[in-house]
Design a protein around this ligand. Structure first.
Ligand code: ADP
Length: 554
């Protein structure tokens, strides 16, 4: 608190003393003086706290006198009362500036000393006339009144402190009550959360049981690998599939032993990739049951679980028996392979006959027949390509596709394929940008198939008269070929599935374009088997660029 508000509080304290008015009245009556006051006197201020003014002195409570003009200033310093019966007769005060200034002849001022010994102010009275003050009754009365005021001030102060303490205590109690209420609410919430948690655990246990049941009935099992030790744990179903004893966990070697030798390396690669790169896995491979020697196909999907620091804690998933589906697939494949093969023989002879007739028609200058036979030949070639596609799919699926690798110039192959395709497709302008010599070690027939498939698609899926640009270049240690068209383009959600078997984009632009969705699937398989990469960049309505890259011959 600053000094100003201190003084204000003191004035208010005096105002709270109920007897003050009576006191001042008694003083005036018993001394015959016209002005009595209680003043708060500090080092700098003289301020009237309570006043009785019958002589129009002109001071009201809160009014201030300049400290140096008062005698109270001296009383404050000496701590002693000053009493003047008649200023004019008083040797000390007759020349004093205060009586002269305020025009009084009688004066009495008694210090008010607080209980703690500090100086509060004065109880004083003045009058323009002389008065009889120097007598024990008057002096004692003033002393008594000053003490009474000090006593009241002390009582008020104590009350204030008490009140403050009580308020503090009440605030404490209130705060405690609020805290208790909050605590109760938090406890209730906690109890509720606990109930919810218990319910969730029950639900979780139930769904886990259901899941396990579903897994068992769906001919599936669960497995888990500890990334640190590669220790494997598996459910009873998987042990049964592999022919392992149900009461112990098999080692990784024992598992690999049961896997078809052709698939072991792939499985090892997938496993190490999952553990070191935290990649999910989805594999299909054949196994041989150790007890029955039965061959089965399994599909295993797995996911790596990480701790808060991003370290792999578990690699786990499910394994299912897909023998039936796989056998079905293989049967279908065999059928496709057989039919395609059977179709090839008559088609080859049909082609040969057409060629013969064409030669004859040319010789006899039968232009109409020659033209018709030329068209027939183009159709036979198309059919041949289709049948070859199916044949290749079936070979690929049954693992019978063979790569005949040798060193050859990719740039030259590109040139040859473009020339061949341009001949039968004059509708489009295929531009081959200049290319440096690039030698790769690959199956040139199969790479030729990939390129011819990309070019056929560029023609099929872009309007007549548009340019198709083929670029062949070295990027890092790879030979990269790209086929760019200005066709209908492909939407992002189709791009993801474009290289899947039998996938075709289904929209109003593509529905009248024939195809089986095997060209890109085959191309991707061929490129991947050459350790290369195939991808596409496309914008719907603008055009597409298909790329593939293959390692350069080392
Ligand atoms: P398809 O015999 O259907 O052409 P592909 O495997 O070669 O089979 O292609 C799969 C699908 O990819 C096609 O059906 C087509 O929708 C889309 N596609 C392929 N190439 C292009 C291209 N250059 N522009 C637009 N769409 C393409």
């Amino acid at each position: 608190m600053n000094q100003q508000s201190d003084i204000q509080a003191d004035i208010e304290a005096i105002g709270q003393i109920p007897i003050v008015e009576n006191l001042l009245e008694v003083i005036c009556r018993s001394t015959g003086m016209g002005f009595a006051a209680i003043a708060r006197v500090t080092e700098e201020h003289w301020i009237a706290c309570s006043v009785r003014d019958e002589i129009n002195f002109g001071l009201i409570p809160g009014g201030e006198l300049k400290l140096e003009t008062t005698i109270c200033h001296e009383i404050r310093q000496s701590g002693r009362e000053v009493i003047i019966d008649h200023v004019a007769d008083d040797p000390q005060f007759c020349t004093h500036h205060t009586p002269a200034m305020y025009g009084f002849q009688s004066y009495i001022s008694m210090p008010i000393i607080r209980k703690d010994g500090s100086f509060f102010g004065t109880l004083c009275a003045i009058d323009p006339r002389p008065a009889k003050l120097q007598n024990p009754q008057t002096i004692n009365m003033f002393k008594l009144f000053a003490d009474l005021i000090a006593f009241h001030l002390n009582a008020i102060e104590q009350m204030d402190t008490e009140y403050k303490n009580i308020s503090d205590e009440r605030r404490d109690i209130e705060r405690r009550e609020i805290f208790n209420r909050e605590l109760e609410a938090a406890n209730r919430k906690l109890a509720e959360t606990k109930r919810e948690l218990q319910a969730a655990v029950t639900r979780l246990t139930e769904s886990e049981e259901k899941l396990l049941q579903a897994i068992e009935t769906g001919r599936m099992g669960t497995w888990s690998i500890d990334p640190a030790t590669t220790q494997v744990t598996m459910s009873g179903f998987i042990k049964e599939m592999f022919g392992f004893p149900t009461d112990s966990e098999p080692s990784m070697e024992e598992i690999m032993d049961a896997v078809d030798p052709d698939y072991r390396q792939m499985l090892i690669d997938v496993l190490s990739n999952a553990i070191s790169n935290h990649q999910s896995s989805d594999t299909e491979y054949p196994i041989t049951n150790r007890l029955t020697n039965e061959r089965k196909w399994v599909k295993a999907t797995g996911r790596v679980f990480l701790d808060a620091n991003g370290n792999a804690t578990e690699y786990s998933g499910v394994l299912m028996d897909i023998t039936e589906r796989k056998t079905d697939d293989l049967r279908k494949n065999d059928f496709i392979g057989m039919v395609s093969h059977e179709l090839k023989t008559p088609l080859t002879s049909l082609g040969a006959y057409i060629q013969m007739l064409y030669a004859k028609a040319q010789k006899t200058e039968d232009v109409f027949t020659a033209n018709a036979l030329e068209k027939a030949n183009t159709q036979v070639k198309k059919m041949g390509t289709m049948i070859n596609g199916f044949l290749n799919v079936s070979r690929l699926e049954s693992g019978k596709i063979q790569l005949l690798k040798m060193d050859f110039r990719l740039d030259e192959l590109v040139k040859e394929v473009i020339a061949e395709i341009s001949l039968v497709n004059p509708s489009h302008n295929i531009i081959f940008l200049p290319c440096q010599p690039l030698t790769i070690n690959a199956d040139s027939d199969k790479i030729g198939n990939v390129l011819s498939n990309l070019l056929s698609n560029a023609i099929k899926y872009s309007p007549k008269g548009k340019n198709i640009e083929v670029v062949c270049q070295m990027v890092d240690d790879y030979a990269q070929v790209s086929v760019h068209d200005q066709g209908m383009g492909i939407k992002p959600h189709d791009i993801e599935k474009l290289f899947n078997r039998f996938y075709r984009v289904n929209n109003k632009h593509t529905q009248h374009i024939s195809g089986f969705g095997i060209g890109l699937y085959l191309s991707a398989e061929i490129i991947e088997r050459h350790d290369g990469k195939i991808w596409v960049e496309s914008e719907s309505g603008v055009g597409s660029t298909f790329y593939f890259s293959l390692p350069l011959a080392g």
